[in-house]
Design a protein around this ligand. Structure first.
Ligand code: ADP
Ligand code: NA
Length: 332
């Protein structure tokens, strides 16, 4: 890739319509209840992350499929600064949909319909990444499409970032071409699943204490199990950058080639946590935009953490992602 190529990120992923039904309780089998409020929003991890790249100031192209019912979602992405030239409207398909029941006690329950997200255009067989420097992937579209984009990125020298949510399982995980990937972003649960499924044993930390155990032990490192898992995964994937997000505790990170797991705490949440929906997507989008600026890794990660703290201070998946200017102002 020529160093004069301006950075451009492509997100190949899902686009959804999220419908929130506000209910006294989650509907029971055979029961009919009325919702007190129905609200609608744009969603899907692909669209959320594309929106976050744009908010973070990165040039970003969304590549995904919707039905005619989702044109407003595409238009919203475009207003957010996302290039939607590769969003395909598939006739006679419905846009992916999440039907979310929100109960008064805070419980929720979700029905997901993949819809047009599982349409595979012929171009998915050998995707064009001309002009693209960074590729951002999730796991809400057919895996063969994700893999075709990843392989194209690898052979074209494009930096790739994969946030496999929901986590792959079984054979799909064991056969995943990790060597094609630049960065993997997972949370703790996903990391544990990854290690289990790939057959890498995690040393048990729950043994009896050694006889010489001091009476005052130094403070245990944060997320020690996740650290051990990252180092184990490192053994078979030397050139893969790893990030594990830890919710309110922040992140662990292990750059390609390194044997030292770094930790950064979450940034301070100013007015209390309102809604953590979309925090992971905010992180992934800001991370891609940081890589595109080719700045020091820790600077990028700190920017991501501040963006995420601001994201959880507000409701919603897309609207709550702060602009880079606001993040910079908070850091300053
Ligand atoms: P995911 O939703 O993908 O599991 P996380 O919950 O780990 O992702 O959140 C991603 C990032 O968002 C975290 O690394 C952290 O920086 C921030 N974050 C999430 N929840 C909180 C919280 N309750 N307080 C502060 N920061 C948070
Ligand atoms: Na939010």
């Amino acid at each position: 890739m020529s160093s004069s190529t301006p950075p451009q990120c492509l997100v190949r992923g899902s686009i959804n319509i999220d419908e929130f039904f506000h209910l006294p309780h989650i509907v029971r089998p055979g029961e009919t209840i009325s919702s007190s409020k129905l609200s609608r929003g744009a969603g899907g991890k692909g669209a959320n992350q594309a929106n976050a790249v744009a908010r973070a100031g990165g040039n970003v192209v969304m590549d995904g499929c919707i039905g005619e019912d989702g044109i407003w979602v595409r238009d919203g992405l475009e207003r957010a600064g996302v290039d939607v030239g590769r969003v395909m409207v598939v006739q006679e398909q419905m846009t992916g949909r999440a039907i979310i029941q929100l109960a008064e006690d805070g419980e929720n329950s979700i029905v997901l319909h993949k819809g047009a997200n599982y349409h595979t255009p012929p171009s998915d067989t050998s995707p064009s990444l001309s002009g693209i420097t960074h590729l951002l992937l999730q796991n809400e579209i057919p895996l063969p499409s994700t893999l075709a984009y990843l392989r194209a990125a690898h052979s074209g020298g494009v930096t790739s970032i994969f946030n496999p949510s929901p986590m792959l399982s079984g054979e799909k995980l064991r056969q995943f071409p990790w060597a094609c990937l630049s960065w993997l972003i997972v949370n703790e649960g996903e990391l544990t699943d990854l290690l289990k499924e790939t057959g890498l044993a995690v040393p048990s930390t729950t043994g009896s204490a050694p006889a010489s155990a001091p009476t005052t032990t130094p403070e245990a490192p944060i997320a020690s199990a996740a650290r051990a898992e990252m180092l184990l995964f490192r053994r078979s994937n030397a050139d893969l950058g790893l990030i594990c997000t830890l919710g309110a505790r922040g992140i662990l990170y292990l750059p390609a080639g390194s044997q030292t797991v770094g930790y950064l705490p979450a940034a301070t949440v100013v007015n209390g946590v309102v809604d953590t929906t979309g925090a992971g997507d905010c992180f992934a989008g800001y991370f891609a935009a940081g890589l595109m600026r080719d700045e020091d890794l820790e600077t990028t990660l700190r920017t991501c953490l501040t963006a995420c703290a601001m994201c959880v201070e507000k409701a919603g998946a897309m609207e709550s992602v702060p602009s880079r200017a606001k993040v910079e102002a908070r850091i300053a």
